[in-house]
Each structure stands twice: as C-alpha cells, then as structure tokens.
Design a protein around this ligand. Sequence first.
Ligand code: PEP
Ligand code: MG
Length: 303
Amino acid sequence: ASRKPRAEWDGVGALSDGHPVKLLANVGSAADARAAADAGAEGIGLFRTEFCYLDATEEPSVEAQRAAYAAVLAPFAGKPVIVRTLDAGSDKPLAFLDMGDEPNPALGVRGVRVAFERPELLDRQLAAIAGAAADTGAELSVMAPMIATAAEARWFAERARAAGIARAGVMIEVPAAALCAKEILAEVDFVSLGTNDLAQYVFAADRQLGAVAALNDPGQTALLRLAGMVAEAGAAAGKPVGVCGEAAADPGLAPVLAGLGVSSLSMNSAALASVGATLRAIDLPGCREAAADLGSRECSCRF
Ligand code: PEP
Ligand code: MG
C-alpha cells in the first residue's frame, strides 16, 4: 500500500506568507530540552520546573536548583526560554510541599497560590532561575501558573523584577484571568494560555477523569472564544500571547489559534514537525478564516 509522505517542516516557525508564529517546546528535563533543540524548537515556551522535583523529599538548595535548571536551559543559549515557577498541587503533588488535606485540590492552594503562602520559596526559586540563565546565556522570561487576578500578576512581576529578571509573564489558565486579560497584561510582559487547565475550569471537567475527557476538548467554542479575547487584549497592549497547553500541539487547532492572533505555540517536541508543516502550508487570511466561525465548534461527545 502506498502511504502519502508526510509534509516536511522547513524549520521556520511561520505561516506560508511569512507571518511569524514562534514554535517553542514544552520541557521538564534536560533530555526533553536536548530533544527539543534537535527537533528545531526556536526556544522553550514552557519549562515545567516541578518535574525536576517530583521525588524530592525536601526543598532543593538554591545551588541544586540552579544546576538542575541550567542543565535544561543549556541547549538554548541565546534563545528565548520561559521558565515556569513551581506549579505544585492538584495533578502535580510534590513530596516536599505539604498541601494539607483539601476537598477539591484543583480548586485549592496550587500553583502560584503556594507562593502567596510561602513567598521565600518563590524568591529562592527565582534566584536559582536567574542564576541558571546567567550560566547558560538563555534569554530568560519567568511565568507564574494559576494566576486568577491582575493583583496576583502584579505581585508576581514585582518579585521577579526584584530578583533581577527582566521579563515576567503569567499563564492564563483560570477563566477569571482570561476575562481580565487586559488588566493582567498591564502588569506583565506577556501571557501564555494554558489550555489544559483552562479547559478543565471552563467546562467544569476534571482533566484527570476519563469519563469527562471528551467534554474537556479545547477545540470548542467557549475555550476558543476566550483565547480570542486574550489574543485581542494582547494585540491592544502590544504584548505577546502564546499557547502552551495541548491545544498548541494539535495541527487542526494551530491555524485557528494563529488566526485568533496567538504569536507563539509551545508543545512537546514530537509535535513540532507536524504543527510546523501545517502552518507553513496556510497563510494568515486562511488562519483567520479558520478562526472566524467559532460559534459552530461543538464537542462531539454526547449529542
Ligand atoms: C496547562 O494547564 O495548559 C499547562 C500548560 O500547564 P500544565 O499542563 O502543566 O498544568
Ligand atoms: Mg496548568
């Protein structure tokens, strides 16, 4: 049987008309980062730092954190890297952080909320991240997970700047943050849509529960409409809006996200070639057309 050869990606993160869409990698380890560089990632769009500490029984020292982060950033000297501060709790429990007993961990003290209770933990991590960037020459940005309000975004950006980090952004993965993207963008340098958690909270569908997996589909109207609102707020503020959830890795959704105005897509490195090739075959008007009719994008799970 003859198989259609898969389109080759030419390694350029852009549409067919040259409109740039940065293609970045999601990484959690040095091995991930090497694979991402080999796959042609233009930078790191999401470094999940908590993946370095899943087994740690106590908080690693600043020096140990710095070395662990530097090992991940090393292949990206001179390239943009977005390091996310600890996103512990809920689906990512960390042994060295006692989260207490919560009835609904996905709605509990997780992500940046841990830092509000223990700011010195965040400050030590920011110092280690800044050191790792200096060690490797990577172009550093830091990003906070689970931001819900503009005041939280301001608090995080101030701490990042106090640590000597020039660029601070936040994830948009709580619906309230998407709805207040304008106010949040006034506080930070960029935002990145975390469609995994955003879908979980928008559809009220646990991301870990198979029974509601079909409902938890980021290609639906509600989520894409929110993404479009955030992208519009980014354009108005002149600040970049990326996507680093699984939606970015979907070649069917990537043109829609580009059409909505998203300027970078960050994904596991195995998806870079197919998403890159898909984008190289379509121009900006084509992407905008793909994004135009959001109202008809329904979940096919039940009805
Ligand atoms: C997300 O929520 O979309 C995301 C990218 O972060 P994580 O999957 O690590 O929660
Ligand atoms: Mg998330």
